[in-house]
Design a protein around this ligand. Structure first.
Ligand SMILES: NC(=O)c1ccc[n+]([C@@H]2O[C@H](COP(=O)([O-])OP(=O)(O)OC[C@H]3O[C@@H](n4cnc5c(N)ncnc54)[C@H](OP(=O)(O)O)[C@@H]3O)[C@@H](O)[C@H]2O)c1
Length: 248
């Protein structure tokens, strides 16, 4: 990977992204990672895989290596058929051990409806390497969850309406999470930004124009004011552009 801002340098993605993440006193650092096409699409025919490539996959693995928890919306776990992440190896794994993090990040899914497909690979007990995934849901969602779902996931029920994402982050903090990686999708992202919870945005721009009607990285009504971020780093590899922004 070649860093082009703030200064030019060839480096490994681990060194581009391994930055001090100033801790909050009451919630984890929240890093949001997304990939888009040049024209801003976040999926091609329903999944994001067609936007990526080996360079992007390496970055995804690198960012996951910083995370104690990976937070996703239920739309994404269904669309992308989510699997349990593997423990990072090599330098990423070594640094993870140095930071005294668990071997691999835990998955946490937000679903107000509770309509989760138990056949998604992330719920497959045979694939599970670490702790069971967490499900953050509402009272009604809890009632709708498939039978015996408690065997596949740890269920946290937070109130009657939409799940309060600040509570989710507080709960993750209480469980020891220092860095949470949000992996979308755009509907969840909208709420995270609106609640002023996003500290860092890692945006990958794929060298493709795809057309169509996919939403951008944020899907929801106009914010009451634009949320400002500052560019912290810019790098390129294999025609992909990697942007790292920090919340201002
Ligand atoms: N390009 C990328 O980097 C990237 C990354 C991720 C996803 N994607 C794409 O984005 C699409 C999916 O995104 P999406 O925006 O449709 O869905 P999403 O944001 O992944 O999930 C939305 C769902 O999450 C649950 N949810 C979110 N916030 C909630 C809250 N506060 N309380 C309760 N439930 C909440 C709801 O689930 P229930 O309906 O179960 O209540 C809601 O319908 C897919 O096509 C995927 O491929 C792209």
């Amino acid at each position: 990977m070649k860093r082009i801002f703030p200064s030019e340098m060839n480096l490994d993605p681990i060194d581009f992204y391994d930055q001090i993440r100033t801790p909050h006193i009451d919630r984890p650092w929240l890093l949001l990672n997304m990939i888009t096409s040049i024209d801003g699409s976040t999926h091609i025919s329903g999944t994001s895989g067609g936007l990526g490539g080996p360079a992007d996959q390496k970055v995804l693995g690198t960012l996951r290596s910083f995370a104690d928890v990976i937070l996703v919306g239920s739309g994404t776990v269904h669309a992308e058929n989510y699997r349990t992440p593997h423990a990072p190896g090599g330098e990423s794994g070594k640094r993870r051990i140095e930071r005294e993090q668990d071997q691999l990040p835990r998955l946490a899914v937000v679903s107000g409806s509770g309509n989760l497909d138990p056949e998604i690979p992330m719920f497959d007990q045979d694939e599970l390497e670490g702790a069971k995934p967490l499900i953050y849901t509402s009272k009604n969602g809890n009632k709708n969850l498939p039978e015996n779902f408690g065997e596949k996931a740890e269920i946290v029920t937070l109130g009657a309406g939409p799940v309060d994402l600040s509570f989710v982050l507080t709960d993750l903090f209480d469980r020891g999470a220092k860095v949470v990686l949000a992996e979308g999708g755009p509907s969840l992202n909208h709420q995270l930004v609106e609640a002023k919870l996003v500290d860092e945005l890692c945006l990958t721009i794929s060298p493709l124009l795809v057309g169509g009607e996919s939403s951008g990285i944020i899907n929801g009504p106009l914010f009451s004011y634009p949320h400002q971020f500052q560019l912290n780093g810019l790098a390129t590899e294999d025609k992909f552009l990697f942007c790292r922004y920090l919340s201002k």
